[in-house]
Write a protein that binds this ligand. Structure first.
Ligand code: ATP
Ligand code: MG
Length: 393
């Protein structure tokens, strides 16, 4: 008898024509995350991973951070195909499991096996009932014992642990996340990675108005995201000159609107330079003056690529809930100033006018300043955070 890890696919199982691309990417993502010997086989229904017994727990931990997996199950393969041995092993397997209702589901692809599917399910079910206090429930059982009788072996398994769901990272192309030290943008990043988008991140700093600690906080957040999105690049843009030029020349109530238009311009240029197709940020409708619909539309006006706002329709408590689950909350709430918060006017405009923005922007040589900031960008390769393998979303 040999142990085998079985993966059930998440949403990708609904893909038809290009399912192979999704499966291949999932396999590659798993391949590059497992740092020990392993074999991966797959078909359209499931993926099978074989590792040495010692590495099974570690492998399951790694898999619990990989998008595209609906369920992770430990199965057993028995090449002898002897029904009595299998019965004994199944009893062993369920001994430690807590359940009150169960069913046995048998599939038999080897039609020459002496027992047919019904007989296997019935006999095994009867033996389980004698050995454990439980009942059969064929409609809504707490656990299902699967038996698959194949020509080469019998495979059996019960319930597994939930995977993260979503699409394998990279299957939907690339995006650039505007990552601040706040609560919202790491959550926005996580949700986008879950949709199969490989992310890079962009952070605007304003030294000396913002501190090195503020930047370290963003690096820490990027490290958490990189657990799901390996080999993440973080671009850091020094925004000080642009921000000071805005502060000197732009009417106070328009500071944030113009500042965000500059951020978007830079984000688009960086996104295009690395072939990212979308900009992602943590804006949420109505959260602050720059996130009213008019503000968002006036700010969005400077770019011609899609801006995805995964938390646009979440309220703050819903966002915080996810931030806690992915363990970014405690870092996001460390008290360091961000460049958006350093110069916030008391009464920012709620309904900015595009024509005014265009007028005001003539007062600063922003093209020049943007070029300079981009040419001096810092590129940080994020080292993956040690995985903590706790309960995650
Ligand atoms: P909070 O959780 O406190 O709202 P926030 O990061 O969401 O923090 P906002 O002022 O709401 O702050 O900014 C909206 C979005 O703009 C952020 O979610 C982020 O995507 C982007 N952003 C803001 N400041 C920066 C920055 N310094 N660098 C990169 N992106 C930023
Ligand atoms: Mg916010």
């Amino acid at each position: 008898m040999e142990k085998i890890i079985i993966l059930k696919y998440a949403e990708l199982s609904t893909k038809k024509a290009n399912i192979n691309f999704f499966l291949k990417t999932l396999k590659n993502n798993i391949d590059s995350s497992l740092m020990w010997d392993h074999t991966i086989n797959y078909d359209r229904g499931r993926m099978f991973i074989i590792v040495s017994e010692d590495n099974i727990d570690k492998t399951i931990d790694v898999l619990s951070y990989i998008f595209g997996i609906h369920e992770i199950v430990i199965g057993f393969i028995d090449e002898d195909r002897d029904f009595n041995t299998i019965t004994k092993n199944v009893l062993d397997l369920i001994k430690t499991q807590e359940f009150k209702t169960f069913k046995v589901e048998t599939k038999r692809s080897d039609k020459d096996y002496p027992l047919d599917s019904m007989e296997v399910s019935k006999t095994l079910g009867g033996i389980i009932l004698k050995n454990k206090e439980c009942k059969v429930d064929v409609h809504n059982p707490e656990i299902t014992i699967h038996i698959e009788i194949r020509k080469d072996a019998i495979l059996y398994y019960t319930n597994g642990i939930p995977g993260l769901g979503g699409y394998p990272v990279g299957t939907l192309g690339k995006g650039l996340l505007m990552l601040s030290g706040g609560i919202d943008s790491p959550v926005a990043g996580y949700l986008t990675i879950k949709r199969g988008v490989k992310l890079s991140a962009l952070y605007f700093e304003s030294p000396p108005h913002t501190s090195e600690e503020a930047k370290n906080k963003v690096i820490k957040l990027a490290r958490i995201l990189s657990k799901y999105n390996p080999n993440m690049t973080l671009y850091v843009i020094n925004f000080t000159k642009i921000q000071e030029a805005i502060l000197r020349n732009i009417p106070y109530e328009y500071l944030i609107t113009i500042m965000r238009r500059m951020m978007y311009r830079i984000a688009e240029r960086i996104a295009k330079s690395e072939n990212s197709k979308i900009i992602v940020n943590g804006e949420s409708i109505g959260q602050v003056a720059s996130q009213t619909l008019t503000s968002m539309s006036v700010i969005n006006n400077v770019v011609d690529m899609p801006v995805i706002r995964p938390v646009a329709c979440f309220d703050k408590l819903e966002i915080i809930d996810i931030a806690k689950k992915i363990k970014t909350f405690d870092i996001s709430t460390l008290p360091y100033e961000d460049c958006c918060t350093v110069f916030v006017p008391e009464h920012p405009v709620i309904n900015p006018e595009l024509s005014k923005c265009l007028e005001y922007e003539k007062l600063i040589p922003y093209e020049e300043l943007i070029n300079e900031a981009i040419s001096k960008k810092q590129v940080i390769k994020i080292k993956e955070e040690e995985k903590q393998f706790e309960d995650i979303l």
